[in-house]
Design a protein around this ligand. Structure first.
Ligand code: ACO
Length: 321
């Protein structure tokens, strides 16, 4: 049996933290108290104007490759999850390939599943490895979400930040990714979206994130524990064997509700959203890298990652480290 095993993680947050008070000082009609109480977010990072997702992805990727103890040319597939690609085309993954100096002709493509993008990308990579066609896959979540934030809309602009996270998945005889589950319900597409597009040389429609926060909240709370249970069942492992839940880092109240519904104490939940906000597809690999780097997630332990985002699209993976 071939498993896809995570053998290296890396992440990158650009620039200095921007606190909630900093946002208020910049003229947004908000307060630290409102943001912390509603979301748990205390700070986020923003890329410099003009900085692109591939630049953040590249730094996270180099760190993951170094942690994996391999070199860039060992990678035989690159998948980047992003909703803020550098360009309409080519894919951000091909730009990462070029930035890493990989000349082995490996495949590279993007996955678009918004905040669940990393779970979608990891599940895709796992299938390539399990089939035997690929041995070492670089999976990245990278976003410059600040490019699509409306600073006049305080109900969304305080929630998001920029960043990137990456993992190297390697073929192994040892258990790694044991189960994945992906879902979508496109009937909710206009609840959380950027409704603009490019046509005739112009942006037509609205180029900013629009969201009905309460609908997102209710839907997320319902499906995240369902899909976590689904991968636990698929993997055929007892629920009390889960050492860590690593959820999409959107909102502490969604995370707490999911943990409660799964009967998991918060000590077993990795939360990093307080210092980087919602970095969309980057949030789960950033959280994974934090918990691996600070020694919380150790070899031999078991984690469930869960994500949800626009679409709605959601999913989970059960991973042995
Ligand atoms: N600062 C201060 N006041 C604000 C802010 C702000 N940043 N934003 C909104 N308000 C005000 C509103 O104007 C409103 O004022 P009013 O009562 O005078 O009209 C009041 O706060 C309450 O607004 P609501 O939208 O009802 O606030 P709610 O309690 O629903 O909280 C929130 C909003 C935090 C967005 C919540 O709905 C939520 O957490 N939803 C989940 C959304 C989410 O996490 N999205 C991330 C992307 S999706 C994903 O990643 C899963």
């Amino acid at each position: 049996m071939i498993y896809a095993k995570i053998v290296g993680t890396g992440s990158y947050l650009p620039g200095d933290p921007v606190t909630n008070d900093d946002l208020a000082r910049r003229g947004i009609d908000t307060s630290d108290e409102w943001i912390v109480t509603r979301t748990g977010i205390r700070a986020r990072h923003f890329a410099e104007p003009g900085c692109k997702s591939s630049e953040l992805a590249l730094i996270a990727a180099r760190r993951a490759i170094e942690a994996a103890g391999c070199v860039a040319d060992d990678i035989d597939l690159i998948i980047v999850a992003t909703s803020t690609p550098d360009f309409i085309f080519p894919s951000t993954a091909t730009l990462v390939q070029a930035g890493l100096g990989i000349r082995n002709g490996c495949a590279a493509f993007d996955v678009q599943a918004v905040c669940s993008g990393f779970v979608y990308a990891l599940a895709t990579a796992e299938k390539f490895i399990r089939s035997g066609s690929h041995r070492r896959v670089l999976v990245i979540g990278a976003e410059v979400f600040s490019n699509i934030l409306d600073w006049a809309d305080r109900s969304t602009c305080v929630l998001f930040g920029d960043g990137a996270g990456a993992v190297v998945l390697e073929a192994s005889n040892e258990p790694g990714v044991r189960a994945t589950a992906l879902h979508a319900d496109g009937s909710y597409h206009s609840v959380l979206w950027v409704p603009g597009s490019v046509a005739g040389g112009e942006v037509t429609g609205d180029p900013f994130v629009r969201m009905d926060g309460q609908v997102v909240f209710k839907f997320a709370v319902r499906v995240l524990d369902e899909v976590a249970r689904e991968v636990i069942d698929l993997a055929g492992v007892p629920q009390d064997s889960i050492d860590w839940l690593v959820p999409h880092q959107a909102n502490i109240r969604i995370v707490q509700s999911s943990a409660k519904r799964l009967a998991l104490p918060m000590e077993k939940v990795v939360t990093t959203l307080d210092f980087h906000g919602n970095t969309s597809a980057a949030s789960i690999p950033i959280a994974l890298d934090c918990a691996v780097s600070d020694g919380r997630i150790r070899h031999g332990q078991r984690a469930v990652i869960v994500g949800i985002g626009g679409g709605f699209a959601w999913g989970a993976a059960l991973i042995d480290f």
